[in-house]
Every structure is written in C-alpha cells, then in structure tokens.
Design a protein around this ligand. Structure first.
Ligand code: XMP
Length: 511
C-alpha cells in the first residue's frame, strides 16, 4: 500500500524533525528532503502538500538557500514556516526587511480565523517567534492573516494558489494552537486522508520484506534494544523460520538483561535465536584498557568479529536486517552535514560476510513510531519502553579499568538504583537513569572499622532528544533509599554521590 505523502523541504532549521513528527502524529506520512531537491524528483513523489522549513540564513544575503521557483506553480499547497515564508515572499515578488529588534519567544498574535489555516482557533492566541527579518511587503495575491505587535505579517495566504506562510513556529509546544494549524493545513488545505497508521505500516513492511527475500534466508544482529528488536519482529512475521537472530552477549549488559532478551525472543516469539556468551573474549581484550575511545573501538571490532564467525557457521545468508531508523538517514538540507549511515554495517562497522542485500524496515520511522509498532507486535513493555543503553554497555560506566569484580559492583548498584526509581513511580518521568563506578576510592567507616572503598555515582537525566539534558530532581528520600541500599548491599562501595551536571557541559554518560 502506498501512503499519501507530504514533503518537507529542509532549510536547516532546528525544528525540522519536529515538523515531520507533528505531521506523522496527524497520521500523514512525510519525508524530509534537502531544500534544493530537483523539481522532477518533487513531482515524481506526488506530494499532497509541501512544507518549507525555517533556517538560519537570511533570504536577502548572498548565497541564501533557494528552492526551485516552479514549486509554487505546481498547484500543490505550500506552507512556508519562518524562513520558508520569507523565502516564498521574496521568490514571488514581495520583500523582506530586517527588524530593529529580534522577536524571540512567546508572542501574542491576532489571527484572522476566516483563513483555513486558523479554522476553529480563537482569534487571540500566542505563538513562538524566533526571527530578525520579517515580510515587509507581501507578493501580489497575498493577504495578511495574522499579526503581532512588531510583525504586521505574522501569517499570510494566497488562497487561490494554495500558498500559506507563518512567521512563527507552529511545530513547537510553545505555540499552543500549532497542532491545530498544522492539522488544518494537512486536512483542510491539502485534503489529506490521514492514512498513516502503524497497523497498515506493519502490513506493507511485511509484504515488502517477503517480496524481496522470497524463499531466501535472513540474519539479524539483535541487541535487545528497541530498534533491532522491532526490525527482527517484522522480519520474523515476514519469513518466519528463515530468520536467524544472533545475540552477542559481550558481558557488559545490565543485570538479568541477556536472560530477558533470550526469554522474549526464543521462548515468547519462538525465533531461531543464537546467544553467544562472549564475555571472556571481550573482557580479555579490554584488560588494562582505560581510555574511553579505545574501549569503544575494541568493543565495536570484537562485536563484528564474533558476529561474522557465527554468520559464517550458518552458511549462506541472503539478507541482513537492521534497525536503522529515520533520524539516522535524514539528509540535511544545509551545509555539508548530509550524514547517511554507511549501509553495510552492523553497529556502525562494516561486516565481512557475503549477502545479497540489506533490509531496513524501520528506516522511515521515528523512535516513537518504532515503539508503537513494537507494541502493536506485542513486544513486551520491558523492551518497548527500555531506556537507551550505549552499545559498549557498562564498559563506559566503569571509569578506568574493567574487571569482572568492578562489573559486578556497577551492575548491582545500577540494579538497585533502577529498582528504587521504578518503585517510586518515577520511571516514566526520567529519560535515563543509571549508576557509574568511578575510579575513586574514599575513606569511610562501617561498624567500628575504617574502610577504603569505591565511590559510585548516580546519574539521572530528563531530556527529549538527548542532545541536551537536565539532571532529574529526584526526591531526597528516593536518593536516600538508593544510597543506603547500595552501600549496604553492594560489597566494595562505601560512598554514593549524585551527579548534578547538565548537558552541556557534561555528557550524559561519564565516558
Ligand atoms: P552522551 O553521553 O553523549 O549520550 O550525552 C547521549 C546518549 O547516547 C547514548 N550513548 C551511546 N549509545 N553507543 C550507543 O549506542 C555509544 O557508544 C553511546 N554513548 C552514549 C547515551 O546513553 C545517551 O542516551
């Protein structure tokens, strides 16, 4: 089944992926493409609507990013947001001028609710502005449909040509009616049907895999994370027993995690599941290594080696299935930051095995959509809602040298901390929470004895996209319970500290 689609042309704005997520939430499939995508390509995609995003450039400066002018003549509805609206204005004969003062933040606006874009919204509302330039003269055929104190054209439209522009950002939460505005554009202006649903996605993804694989065999490197788990489930639905999953247990997972993964995929889903206990190999290679980058490199390489050995034992493989998701493949519209993951890899490194092709059934999905698919496929909540866990695992949560003994300490402390957070009902509010074994020892006293033992640090952060993060304001009594349990129950720990650093300047992980 082919879904209707809306095209988002990317001018490098910081909220571009958010626009796409909002459109998807409105049940309309969309893709982000670079601003200079050719008109032939755009026509071939047959979009129901086109959204021009914001961006850091100013339209009047030399070298500012422009799209193809023919875009406005296709009869396809266009919505320009911020830079997108200014661009539309300049390209169609209007003018953009520099404001005396930058308008930034929550701004009162007045809407003309006879515009289809503002249908069902109260005329007085507010919006999120972030601009220095504004439309000082609209192109012929346009009328202003919103204004703010310092921006006479906060929105404009040419109803006949189905061209719309907003100076503010409807995609961010600070524009309370933004969702309604985007929905109005999608449904009232573009006439979208709202056919993007996870159940129909599953059907078409499974069909596509079947069509490609035919009677061939498929191999999956399963990590137990949400992406590879959902990709494996889709492949399993498509080809059943002809899928084999390899789960490399590097010995650096959290408490009980490897058993949990095995239980879900081998017992619940009845998959061909190979679990490789490779802890000795990994720990052997990590012995004496303290540099974080070196640890990552060794683990990545060793992972591929173990995977390759197993794959070769299986004999002929036709396809590899990978959990690549949309944010990994979006081509950026501005600068040379077009990052497309090298395709023939597992966990970022090239594999040296022969196969016909790669299956990436999730490559059009955002993380929250992957979760929805997982739930729809009856993947247990413990995997669906799992917090992110770095590929190198606990190796980057042990500062300095890794040993079985130190792994045991961090694993137990982490388990206790997570248990206390979950018992306190805080799991949903905190994005990521874990324990770190520092390289410090400190003096303590237990009973009448002086101790000289390890310091464990607890880290808990709240974040939406993991690029920035704030430390979680965990109630003191929860911290107290975690701390006292850790020093009492974990041998070798006599002090617990809580990390109160934001990202930036700190990262979420300690290594
Ligand atoms: P940082 O520490 O850079 O982490 O603030 C941001 C997010 O990325 C996760 N992370 C990793 N994930 N391999 C991964 O798959 C890694 O090497 C890695 N390092 C950090 C981290 O847990 C956080 O969610």
């Amino acid at each position: 089944m082919k879904h209707q689609m809306v095209l988002i042309l990317d001018f490098g704005g910081q909220y571009d992926q958010l626009i796409a997520r909002r459109v998807r939430e409105a049940k309309v499939y969309c893709e982000i493409l670079p601003y200079n995508t050719s008109i032939e390509r755009i026509k071939s995609l047959n979009p129901k609507g086109i959204i021009l995003t914001g961006g850091p450039a100013s339209v009047n400066e030399e070298g500012a990013p422009f799209c193809d002018r023919e875009l406005f003549e296709l009869g396809i509805p266009v919505l320009g947001i911020c830079y997108g609206m200014q661009l539309m204005s300049v390209m169609l004969g209007g003018e953009v001028a520099e404001a005396r003062q930058r308008e930034y933040g929550k701004t009162d606006i007045r809407l003309d609710t006879s515009s289809a874009l503002f249908y069902g919204i109260e005329p007085n509302t507010y919006s999120w502005m972030s601009h220095t330039y504004y439309v000082s003269r609209m192109p012929d055929g346009f009328r202003a449909t919103a204004s703010s104190a310092s921006c006479p054209v906060a929105a404009m439209e040419d109803k006949k040509r189905k061209l719309y522009g907003v100076q503010f950002h409807p995609e961010v939460e600070h524009t309370p009616e933004g969702k309604t505005m985007l929905n109005n554009f999608l449904y009232k202006v573009c006439g979208c049907a709202g056919d993007w649903e996870m159940s129909s996605f599953i059907e078409s993804a499974v069909e596509e895999i079947r069509g490609k694989v035919k009677d061939g065999s498929v191999l999956c490197a399963l990590s137990g994370g949400i992406d590879s788990s959902v990709a494996a489930l889709l492949a399993h639905k498509a080809v059943g027993d002809r899928l084999t999953c390899i789960f490399v247990d590097h010995g650096l997972l959290r408490k009980n995690e490897a058993d949990q993964v095995e239980n879900v995929f081998r017992n619940r889903f009845n998959m061909n599941f190979i679990r490789i206990d490779a802890a000795d190999r990994f720990l052997g290679r990590l012995a004496g290594v303290t540099d974080p980058e070196q640890k990552r490199k060794i683990i990545g390489e060793e992972f591929i080696r173990v995977f390759e050995e197993q794959a070769k034992k299986l004999g002929k493989i036709d396809y590899l299935v990978q959990g690549t998701i949309y944010p990994d493949v979006v081509e950026s519209g501005v600068g040379n930051s077009a990052v497309i993951k090298s395709h023939h890899n597992v966990g970022g490194l090239p594999v040296n095995i022969e196969f016909k092709g790669i299956l990436e059934p999730l490559k059009a999905l955002f993380k929250d959509e992957v979760r929805k698919v997982g739930r729809e496929l009856k993947l247990p909540e413990e995997i669906v809602a799992r917090q992110p866990f770095p590929g190198p695992g606990l190796a980057v949560r042990i500062i300095g040298e890794i040993s079985r003994e130190r792994l045991e300490i961090v694993r137990e402390a982490d388990h206790i901390f997570r248990e206390e957070i979950e018992k306190a009902g805080l799991a949903k509010e905190i994005s990521q929470y874990f324990a770190v074994l520092t390289s410090l020892k400190s003096v303590g006293v237990m009973g009448d004895e002086r101790t000289y033992d390890n310091v464990v640090a607890l880290r808990a952060v709240v974040t939406t996209h993991f690029m920035t993060a704030n430390w979680a304001r965990i109630p003191y009594d929860v911290l107290e319970r975690a701390s006292s349990r850790i020093v009492n129950e974990v041998k070798g720990v006599n002090r617990v500290v809580y990390d109160i650093t934001t990202k930036p300047p700190a990262t979420i992980e300690w290594e």
